[in-house]
Write a protein of this length. Structure first.
Length: 345
């Protein structure tokens, strides 16, 4: 059904459709019995899909990546679509509008998106208030970043504020220093600032009565030498996991005409073109981090085959975003059913 209406949806502005989707989700959440119906249609409830990492039990290995529900507005409704976990954000301490519109673009020929959203969100306090009211028990991750107006030398304060605000309401944290859409943010991936930032968030977590796992989200544009630095930092700071990867600034190998890509301009590319590089990075990280370190594979997963490939490359869990846009509300269900058939889970 979704594939029949998708061409009509794709005729409209991508960000407007995104906001329309949330209004529909919020409306249906108020209709008695509708959530149970959606869960019946899209959820795969099977103990064989459960995975336990970093002290958390994920009901299945398919998560919704950060960026879709930035402000935790529809966690309960999205939980009915078969996901094993949902990551909100990226959240910043203060509300900010993000970059100028238009800032979200589809590349249908490549099954891809380009976005330059710029951490548009209503702030950590607003997300916390919504999470405090949620009814579902799905695991929720808090993806945190700095405000655009904050200099890198002061970035740690922003991450700490987000940590303190969200701590009571999320199950794990993700330190995001890899978005290409906030000026200078990726400079925090350098060894010294990253070690300081990740180490402090991990220290704060360990000081709490119930520590939250702390993960790092990295860019796909890092070289193997830079990945080696990341591996060292993950070990030195005692981080609990890594998400590989965020969007890419590369435009190599696209089917979309170059003139159209140039017209769209800057932003992070996600979707099918990212699949090969994301697989390579997961495979490399697994070889360097050993068999027990948590790796969440993200980027370029647009089919159950892609999901299996990422898991076989070394990911413990996966996250989807662009694949969810292109494949629709049944995407997590299709992946989970395939996992049961192919691997016996």
């Amino acid at each position: 059904m979704y594939k029949l209406i998708r061409p009509l949806l794709f005729l409209l502005d991508a960000e407007k459709i995104h906001h329309l989707t949330f209004r529909i989700l919020q409306f249906t959440g108020k209709v008695p019995g509708f959530g149970s119906l959606i869960r019946y249609l899209f959820d795969v409830n099977d103990k064989r899909l459960e995975r336990t990492f970093a002290g958390l039990t994920f009901r299945n290995p398919v998560g919704l990546a950060a960026g879709f529900d930035k402000d935790a507005k529809a966690v309960d409704q999205l939980s009915a679509l078969g996901f094993g976990f949902i990551e909100i954000g990226t959240v910043t301490p203060k509300p900010q509008p993000g970059n100028e519109k238009p800032r979200l673009f589809r590349l249908p020929a490549d099954r891809a998106l380009i976005n330059r959203m710029g951490f548009n969100n209503e702030g950590a306090a607003a997300a916390a208030r919504r999470l405090a009211r949620r009814k579902s028990r799905i695991l929720v991750g808090g993806n945190i970043g700095r405000n655009k107006s904050t200099a890198n030398e002061d970035a740690l304060n922003d991450y700490v504020q987000c940590f303190d605000t969200l701590y009571p309401y999320v199950d794990y944290f993700v330190v995001n220093v890899s978005s290409p859409n906030t000026p200078g943010l990726r400079e925090l991936q350098e060894r010294e600032p990253l070690s300081r930032l990740l180490g402090e968030i991990k220290r704060l977590s360990q000081a709490r009565e119930v520590p939250r796992p702390v993960l790092l989200k990295i860019a796909p544009d890092l070289t193997n030498e830079q990945l080696d630095d990341v591996v060292t930092i993950l070990r030195e700071t005692g981080a609990d996991g890594v998400i590989a990867t965020n969007t890419t600034i590369s435009r190599d190998g696209l089917k979309t005409p170059a003139a159209e890509v140039q017209r769209i301009g800057n932003g992070g590319l996600s979707g099918a073109p990212l699949r090969q590089r994301a697989n390579e990075i997961v495979r490399y990280l697994r070889s360097q981090l050993g068999p027990d370190f948590l790796i969440i594979g993200c980027g370029g997963i647009l089919s159950p085959d892609d999901a299996l490939e990422r898991l076989r490359a070394g990911a413990n869990l996966i996250q989807v975003y662009t694949g969810f846009i292109y494949e629709g509300p049944g995407f997590a269900r299709r992946i989970n059913r395939r996992l049961l058939v192919e691997t016996g889970s």
